[in-house]
Ligand binder design. Structure first.
Ligand code: ADP
Length: 829
């Protein structure tokens, strides 16, 4: 069935339009590639141009340098012999190394009236058959060649009077007057039988030690000239040979644009050269114009390498699109299958096209690794964006890649190596972007072998961000690792799913008593006594990414089980979630705490019991004792007359003892009441309390003739009654324990110290030996007999209890015989 019969005329028109549009688009893309190709070739041409121009300038400068050196020699050796001169010229190698140099001669300036003597001298010194020619009459000054190299070829020039040729004379005179190298206008010379366009480079030689500041001085100082003959054809041919491009055409004109001045032009001017350039070179007083052309084979630009690829791909694409459309219209089933095929083709074609032109985030390239080394065959325009370098430049010279120098080497070596193995290739390195920052690149490529070598199609992408992220990750992991290794805390890393210890830091190895290699990989249950539920909870939390804190028990290598607190949290290592545990041994702390709690409880019980006991004892004892005392007193009163002296004395003793026992019990009761029957705390002015004490001790004070000095005292928060009792006891003691015949001097003062009040009650009494400092604060502990000082020995014990109930301490400072100071502290509230 013919396709035409399947399609309606409208569809045919549509297909034709589609094909036309596709062709149009192909043409546009192809034109773009062709323009790029032209750019590459133009750059190449400009480079050739520079090469030619610089080749010529460098050569002329070299000639000038040789001439200047020669002038120096002649000024020093005006009567140089033939052999010396030859040796000098040969050693400069100017004749042998630079094609285009015809000869080097020395001409002497001779005044007309000296010509005879001069000829005779030369004949005597250098050449027996020497004569000056052609004969010039009426010329004031001659310029006679006396030395020339290579002598064999241009011998006939010896004796030639340069002044007889106007062009040469002009150049020589100009050189003489300007003291500069001068270039003659073109001459026609016959050398070696060939007619040539030639030039003379003329260098003046002045007599040594003559001033040459002004033109007149120079004319007087002139001794001769060095003349360098240049053969235009040979010179430019040599330069063109260096360029080594048969398609390059050089035309050189001296001065203006007329034909007369053409001094070099090896081929006919092409009708329309692909590229042309005109440059002028000003040298030694002359201007040379260099016209350089480059021809190209027909179609070199529109059908060159890359454009051709683009054209073929685009045409293929157009055909594929049209064919796909046709088939779609012809048959559904057929077109479905064919369309999928066409799509594959399309994708492939598109890929190829993209490799050439499209914007991908990287530089697509084609590299050919041939026998003579490697080079880019194609570089995508993205090179301009990434490297700031035009693709054509990289195609011309791949070493212009702004890679770090060592990476340039690696690039070359690695590709050469990959070409041998023909395996997919990749390489990373660093480059400098257009702002000078160092960034990372990565190149990948797939090699394919061909006749001319191995072609690598690939892409260079910037991977700086990736590298930096990698670096951050590496550093962070190193940081964690160091922390883990160096920490003195016990740390382990556990795989919660496998229930295994992955790692344990040195502190953990020491703590558990396992070597690193034993603990790593160990079943975690050998250490942790966590039950199944505990493990499950931990697993769940870890997987959710939550941390946990729990108490548990861990078993050491020795078998000992310790109480621990564990801070556990998830960490991600190489993509897996582990449990990071910091283990804190709390066994000792828990034991101490338990012991302390037990002791405190016991102490509280016994204290309470004791207080209860002393209260009950003293309270209950008072009653029978009071009875005993009253009956004894009754006995004393009523039966005094009936008793003898001894009985009376016994009863007195008994009454005394009973009274003493009564006061002891009363004191004891007071003592036991401090803790159990104390009053409320309230602001208490210590000055007032001191006054009250003074009043209640008035009799004792008067009897003893005591003096009590009270400084300004603070207000404290206290149980007022107990404070009175405290002061009464201390001041009472200070009066009681006075030295015989020394009236007591008592001073009560207070000062602030470390956030508390420290009160002092200082006396000038009998003092206390330091070994008793502790004892005196105990119940019923006295240092003296009843006979010497009355008392029950409970006063200071009571004082201590009162001070301690207020949250303070009491202590003593004294030297025997030198007074005593009692100090007690009360918190500042
Ligand atoms: P007593 O009822 O014996 O005074 P205390 O408990 O008040 O009992 O004192 C205990 C002992 O401390 C006294 O027996 C005495 O030896 C000594 N003592 C107390 N105060 C002073 C003081 N101001 N100077 C010298 N010794 C003192």
């Amino acid at each position: 069935m013919s396709t035409r019969r399947l399609l309606r005329p409208g569809q045919l028109v549509g297909l034709a339009t589609l094909f036309a549009v596709a062709l149009g688009v192909s043409t546009l893309i192809w034109r773009d590639a062709a323009e790029r190709q032209e750019m590459v070739l133009r750059t190449e041409f400009e480079r050739r141009n520079d090469q030619i121009f610089h080749g010529l300038t460098a050569r002329l400068e070299l000639f000038q340098a040789v001439l200047r050196a020669g002038a120096g020699y002649w000024a020093e050796h005006p009567r140089s012999g033939v052999t010396e001169w030859r040796t000098l010229v040969q050693s400069s190698q100017i004749l042998s190394r630079y094609p285009g140099v015809d000869g080097l001669a020395y001409a002497v300036a001779v005044a007309d009236d000296h010509l005879g003597a001069f000829t005779a001298d030369i004949r005597k010194r250098l050449w027996r058959d020497f004569s000056v020619r052609p004969e010039a009459l009426g010329v004031p000054e001659h310029m006679v060649i006396t030395h020339i190299e290579p002598a064999a070829r241009v011998r006939q020039a010896l004796g030639f009077d340069v002044a007889t040729n106007p062009q040469r004379r002009q150049a020589a005179e100009l050189a003489r007057d300007t003291a500069l190298v001068t270039l003659s206008s073109p001459l026609t010379l016959v050398t070696g039988g060939e007619t040539n366009r030639d030039f003379l480079l003329v260098q003046p030689v002045y007599r040594a030690d003559f001033p040459i500041e002004t033109v007149d001085q120079r004319r007087r100082a002139i001794q001769g000239w060095l003349l360098l003959g240049m053969h235009a054809n040979a010179l430019f041919k040599a330069i063109r040979a260096e360029v080594d491009d048969p398609l390059v055409d050089i035309h050189v004109r001296a001065g203006g644009r007329d034909d007369e001045a053409v001094i070099f032009g090896d081929t006919e001017l092409p009708d329309k050269p692909a590229f042309s350039s005109v440059r002028s070179l000003d040298f030694a007083g002359q201007r040379w114009v260099l016209e350089i052309h480059r021809h190209l084979p027909v179609g070199a630009i529109p059908f060159g390498g890359t454009p051709l690829v683009v054209l073929v791909v685009s045409l293929g694409l157009s055909l594929a699109v049209t064919a796909a459309a046709t088939l779609l219209l012809v048959s559904r089933e057929q077109s479905r299958r064919l369309a999928s095929h066409a799509m594959t083709e399309l994708t492939r074609a598109e890929k190829a096209l993209a490799a050439v032109t499209a914007s991908v985030p990287g530089v697509v390239y084609r590299w050919l690794e041939g026998a003579a080394g490697g080079s880019f065959r194609f570089v995508a325009p993205q090179a301009g964006v990434m490297f700031g370098i035009a693709p054509s430049v990289l195609v011309a010279d791949w070493r212009r890649l702004p890679f770090l120098p060592e990476d340039l080497e690696r690039w070359q070596n690695s590709l050469t190596e990959a070409a041998r193995t023909a395996l997919p290739w990749e390489l990373e390195g660093r480059y400098q972007d257009s702002e000078g920052a160092v960034r990372w690149w990565k190149a990948t490529a797939t090699p394919s072998s061909g006749l001319d070598g191995v072609t690598f199609d690939g892409i260079i992408v910037d991977i700086t961000e990736l590298k930096e992220a990698e670096q951050v990750l590496v550093e962070r992991e190193r940081g964690y690792r160091e922390m883990f290794e160096r920490s003195s805390a016990v740390m382990t890393l556990v795989d919660p799913l496998a229930g295994r210890v992955i790692d344990a830091n040195p502190a953990a190895q020491t703590y558990y008593g396992y070597a690193a290699e034993d603990i790593r990989g160990m079943d975690a249950s050998r250490i942790s006594l966590l039950d199944a539920d505990g493990w499950e909870r931990l697993r769940q939390r870890t997987l959710r990414g939550d941390g946990d804190f729990y108490r548990s028990r861990h078993r050491l290598a020795s078998g000992e089980v310790r109480a621990v607190e564990v801070h556990a949290g998830p960490v991600s290592v190489a993509g897996r979630t582990y449990l990071h545990a910091i283990v804190h041994d709390v066994t000792d702390r828990e034991r101490f705490q338990a012991e302390l709690e037990e002791k405190t409880a016991k102490l509280a019980t016994s204290n309470a019991e004791l207080e209860q006991f002393s209260y009950i004892a003293s309270h209950d004892l008072q009653e029978p004792l009071r009875t005993i005392a009253s009956f004894l007193q009754l006995l004393q009163r009523r039966y005094d007359a009936k008793l003898d002296d001894e009985a009376r004395e016994f009863i007195t003793f008994a009454v005394d003892a009973a009274a003493r026992l009564q006061s002891m019990i009363r004191d004891l009761l007071d003592y036991s009441r401090v803790g159990t029957r104390g009053g409320a705390f309230a602001p208490t002015d210590m000055n007032k309390e001191l006054a009250t004490t003074r009043a209640s001790l008035a009799r004792a004070i008067e009897e003893a003739g005591a003096e009590i000095v009270g400084d300004q005292l603070p207000i404290v928060v206290a149980d007022r009654m107990q404070i009175q009792s405290l002061l009464q006891n201390l001041i009472g003691n200070a009066i009681k324990y006075r030295r015989p015949d020394v009236p007591p001097q008592i001073r009560v003062s207070a000062m602030e110290e470390d956030g508390r009040w420290v009160f002092r009650v200082a006396d000038n009494g009998i003092g206390i030996e330091p070994q008793y400092f502790d004892r005196i604060f105990q119940v019923f502990q006295r240092l003296h007999t009843r006979e010497k000082f009355t008392g029950t020995g409970i006063g200071l014990a009571l004082c201590r209890k009162i001070v301690e109930r207020h949250g303070g301490t009491i202590w003593v400072d004294s030297r025997a015989g030198d007074g005593t100071t009692f100090l007690f502290s009360l918190p500042k509230r």
